[in-house]
Design a protein around this ligand. Sequence first.
Ligand code: HEC
Length: 212
Amino acid sequence: MRIRISWIRFALLNCALLQGAEVKLGVRAPELDAKDCRGTAVRLADNRQKRVAILLAQAQGGLLTVEVRDDACRQLEPLDVVVLFLQGNTDQDRRLLGPARSWTILIDSSGVVRRILAGQVLTGSHLAVFVKVWQEGKGVFEGSCARCHGADGALDICEDVKPLVGIGNRFTAAEIRAKLRIGELNDREVLVRGQFLKRHEVDAVIAYISGL
Ligand code: HEC
């Protein structure tokens, strides 16, 4: 019996350790050392920059070449986004990277992880689009959804409104889409909760609320 309890303890401790370095939607980015565009060491969770940051992480020997890094910095500079790189050469990095080995992660100005693409380091215009979609979704949410769900999606004062916080960890984008009960209108527009939205605005708001 004693052995069993210590095993459970051991398992729980392990979970806690792993969770410490976890990258999870809606949760503060873990404490990790990354490099910025100038090659300066930056503490990931510091977010001294107080701006949206993109973290590109790749296992050692991956494709985070100087060219890829320069391109990422060029793509995101006009959007006023900080770019951070993780080269995957420490134990801590390896634990964070896990089986996916490469990641593109959006961290908001308060240091919270808002978008995750596992298995890929986005490059070129795809990287800028990754940020722009989230920014557009934020605008749609604030204009069309926040009055019922609250600015941070946590509100449940309106009758029957479920808090949206953490929804991206509970449901896939397709499941969230189904919950919106979208009313079909025409090629460009749909109806969501009594409001006209463009189709790309719906995609954007789903990407945004997934990170609440
Ligand atoms: C007029 C108030 C209102 C507005 C505006 C509104 N919602 Fe909601 N939302 C609700 C209510 C009420 C529910 C819970 C009951 C239901 O699903 O109908 C809900 C549920 C949801 C759910 C399902 C949550 C879950 O866990 O099942 C999602 C996702 C959602 N809303 C997203 C949005 C998005 C995105 C927008 C903006 C485009 C939006 N809502 C605008 C009132 C609103």
